[in-house]
Design a protein around this ligand. Structure first.
Ligand SMILES: [Zn+2]
Length: 119
């Protein structure tokens, strides 16, 4: 058995919860269903809770598949400067925007609108 071989290309939810900046576990404050992805897939919103971190109170998204696996962050997989810059801010904002839209879609369920009693 090669137990000392690092598991590459495999991300767990616990790993994904670690803040990309300070490396401390973030706080899972919200999970949303992810329409358009496999049924059962959820997107968790993780916040850094390390007060001294640049990302304190900053959320990032973690997708969790129905089987509990977490897809590796593809957008950064080819970038070795992940920790050196903040190029991801626009992307992060876009992700948050998407999540909020998804949440809005979940809250506004088709067919549940209030009918006009006069109609
Ligand atoms: Zn942090």
């Amino acid at each position: 058995m090669n137990e000392d071989v690092p598991i590459l290309g495999r991300t767990t939810f616990e790993q994904a919860k670690l803040c990309p900046i300070c490396g401390q576990p973030g706080e899972d404050r919200r999970s949303l269903k992810a329409p358009g992805l496999s049924p059962g897939t959820t997107v968790h919103t993780i916040y850094c809770v390390t007060k001294l971190c640049e990302w304190f109170n900053t959320p990032w998204m973690v997708q969790v598949n129905p089987d509990g696996s977490v897809p590796p962050p593809q957008d950064h997989s080819r970038s070795k400067k992940y920790y050196a810059g903040f190029e991801g801010h626009d992307e992060l904002a876009a992700n948050i925007d998407l999540a909020l839209k998804l949440q809005a879609e979940q809250e506004i369920k088709p067919g549940s609108e209030i009918r006009n009693p006069q109609g």
